[in-house]
Design a protein around this ligand. Structure first.
Ligand SMILES: [Zn+2]
Length: 229
């Protein structure tokens, strides 16, 4: 059966085979990343030691989204749902989270976190979380650059990964993970050391190996930071 499939697909390039997951072993290898996302093995919760984790900004976490200055290809409902998705996944860490729109009549706690687009505040980055100021700032120019350089790339994925990453800092994960797949990871430490993975050869198969949402290790670390078991 496999032979037949292979013969039938012979005219396709290797990259097409890989994309379709039809080369022997590719599906199994792809699932290594899925397994890393779903499961945190003993010894895998390792950070770069670049900061010290602490409890979340507040509880419950409240994110207030202002859409002004967003790139025109991201509509408000989309960005809002991206923030909601990240918040709902992070709340598995034992800290409840809500997302509301800027200008809401709802009474906000003093620790509410403001999520907004600003070139100045993001400092040219895709995003920046500020624990003291209680802000999560997104950078419009970085997303413009991404669109210009790689128009085929789905920028919504970058947005989801980025919001999840920055939100992790606000949930108290101040250190960056050394585990490549974690959404709180840094791929290297700027000193030549690389992140770790169960099968490091997998990294080159993905534009972005990092998960879009917090992984099992991200959540486990978040629970420790917030005094949960
Ligand atoms: Zn970070």
């Amino acid at each position: 059966m496999h032979q037949l499939v292979r013969l039938f697909l012979l005219p396709l390039s290797l990259s097409t085979w890989l994309a379709l997951g039809l080369v022997n072993g590719v599906q199994a290898q792809e699932s290594v990343r899925d397994q890393e996302i779903a499961q945190c093995l003993p010894g895998e919760m390792v950070t770069w030691g670049d900061n010290r984790d602490r409890p979340a900004v507040g509880s419950p976490m409240v994110f207030v989204y202002a859409h002004a200055n967003a790139p025109p290809w991201f509509d408000e409902a989309l960005v809002f749902s991206v923030i909601e998705k990240a918040a709902s996944h992070w709340s598995a860490c034992g800290v409840a989270a809500n997302v509301v729109r800027h200008g809401t009549s709802q009474t906000l706690p003093p620790w509410a976190i403001h999520v907004r687009w600003s070139e100045v505040e993001s400092g040219g980055n895709f995003g920046l979380a500020n624990f003291g100021l209680r802000t999560l700032v997104l950078g419009p120019a970085a997303f413009q650059m991404l669109k210009t350089r790689n128009p085929a790339h789905d920028a919504r994925e970058t947005l989801q990964m980025l919001v999840s990453h920055e939100m992790g800092h606000l949930f108290g994960l101040m250190a960056h993970s050394r585990r490549c797949v974690d959404v709180t990871s840094n791929y290297d430490n700027g000193k030549g050391e690389k992140c770790i993975a169960r099968d490091i050869s997998q990294l080159r198969r993905y534009v972005e190996y990092r998960a879009l949402l917090p992984t099992a290790c991200d959540i486990a670390r978040c629970r420790m930071a917030n005094g949960q078991k």
